[in-house]
Write a protein that binds this ligand. Structure first.
Ligand SMILES: [Zn+2]
Length: 449
């Protein structure tokens, strides 16, 4: 396959942007990147994708999502957010009452949404029905990390640790063998939602089988007070003591309430951080990312799932830039914040290092995960600097084509592997049923749905 574009933003070592360039792919791997004329002279391809008015960039990594919370779109109103924490009051209970059919619909809708917005790789924070998600990942062609919703405490103890651990192991034994686009990792929902026994079991299992791990951490003050009161340690200090730094890779979501010492520990132990700019701002506060030297920090951007927005990492990049600049300017009067190149790399999970894979660069030897964005629209022109255009102007709507492992999964805005119209119809058909389920749940809260 050869993909031609007006610009190719490679995100390689020197951030090369090639004007009138091309990317050559064989067996799912990039074998060459260069100027159009040169490539035309040297290669012939079975599949040629000509995009004259477009930029070609590596696919995005959504490093923190909840594919089975999609049906909560616009359900959580501003009043409900006054009853913290929203995850134990609304998100987790909804996952528990959803049922298999809706879990499938939710997974499908999430994957279609992600693909249309140029996300080629995602990390699920913990699905209540991970087998259903795994099947949908395989069918869709997206690269997905699937994990089981791993916790044994909600507001109170709700399950036996061995029972939960058994489900983690079952998922791995059924879907853990290597496949082109499906990965199975372990997860921990949250330090306050996991017993010591379950945590120990999950960490041990991950280490023994070489599974990655993802978890929520540093989400709110109550959690910091909880680990300080119980163990005399802050959340990340406690987890490092329990051995998570021996797992590779680790992706920690949020981390808003990390101390300067904990942020240093992230770098020292090579732990990844997934910043969710919109949701962190809504629920937690201003993130320290914009105020810190992030060199050598494995950093990515997450959506936190479809319950909060359109799962659009290009939109998240704009929120991230504004937030980091505001924090930096008002606190240190250092008018830097995060620049477009850094942000674009973050959207690909620090060019893949966050998830420990050879993705996130258009360079020989890297996986052929790339996306094409339309720039020929008055709202996007003229282009003085393609990377600034991408970060400051383009949103997910401009994604026209998505290629994962060298396969065209979205062509001219249409998902080829899943039937979007059918999913759309089912969603509309079942809207009342979904709303009724949510109303049941909301009745128990001290607020109106
Ligand atoms: Zn989350």
């Amino acid at each position: 396959m050869i993909v031609y574009g007006r610009y190719i933003a490679t995100l390689d070592q020197v951030n090369r942007v090639i004007s009138r360039g091309a990317v050559v792919v064989r067996d799912g791997i990039i074998i060459d990147v260069g100027e159009e004329e040169d490539i035309r002279g040297r290669y012939e391809a079975e599949e040629v994708i000509e995009r004259r008015d477009h930029v070609v960039i590596p696919g995005f990594v959504d490093c923190h999502t909840h594919t089975q919370q999609y049906l909560l779109r616009s359900a959580i109103n501003d009043e409900m957010l006054q009853l913290p924490p929203v995850w134990t009051k609304v998100l987790v209970p909804f996952e528990r009452i959803m049922g298999e059919d809706l879990a499938r619909l939710s997974s499908r809708a999430s994957i279609i949404n992600m693909l249309k917005n140029g996300i080629t790789y995602f990390v699920e924070a913990g699905a209540p029905y991970p087998e259903i998600l795994a099947e949908e990942v395989l069918a869709s062609g997206i690269k997905g990390v699937v994990t089981y919703a791993t916790y044994d405490i909600a507001e109170e103890k709700i399950a036996e640790p061995e029972e939960v651990l058994r489900k983690v192991k079952k998922l791995y034994s059924e879907y853990g063998s290597s496949r082109a686009n499906l990965r199975v990792w372990a997860s921990l929902r949250q330090v306050m939602m996991v017993s010591e026994e379950l945590m120990e079991g999950v960490i041990k299992f991950s280490r023994e089988h070489g599974l990655g791990l993802t978890l929520h951490l540093g989400e709110y003050q109550g959690e910091v007070d909880y680990t300080l009161a119980k163990y005399g340690l802050r959340p990340l200090e406690y987890l490092i003591e329990r051995g998570i730094s021996e797992i590779k890779p680790v992706v920690i979501a949020h981390g808003v309430y990390f101390s300067p010492r904990e942020t240093r520990m992230l770098k020292e132990h090579g732990l990844g951080l997934c910043w969710c700019p919109s949701v962190d701002s809504w629920l937690m506060g201003i993130h320290w990312v914009g105020l810190t030297d992030i060199e050598n920090l494995k950093l990515g951007v997450g959506s936190d799932g479809g319950a909060w927005g359109r799962i659009d990492l290009l939109h998240e990049a704009k929120v991230a830039k504004a937030l980091s600049r505001a924090a930096s300017t008002s606190i240190t009067y250092y008018k830097a914040g995060l620049d477009s190149n850094t942000l674009l790399k973050m959207l690909t999970g620090s060019t893949g290092s966050l998830v420990g894979e050879k993705i996130g660069r258009l360079e020989k030897g890297y996986a052929a995960d790339m996306i094409v964005l339309n720039t020929k629209d008055l709202r996007n022109l003229p282009i003085h600097n393609p990377v600034d255009t991408i970060i400051n102007y383009l949103e997910g709507d401009e994604v026209t084509d998505v290629i994962v492992n060298g396969k065209l999964v979205v062509e001219n805005g249409k998902v080829k592997t899943l039937n979007e119209e059918k999913v759309l119809e089912e969603l509309l058909d079942r809207e009342e049923e979904i709303k009724e389920k949510f109303a049941e749940l909301a009745k128990q809260l001290k607020t109106k749905p």
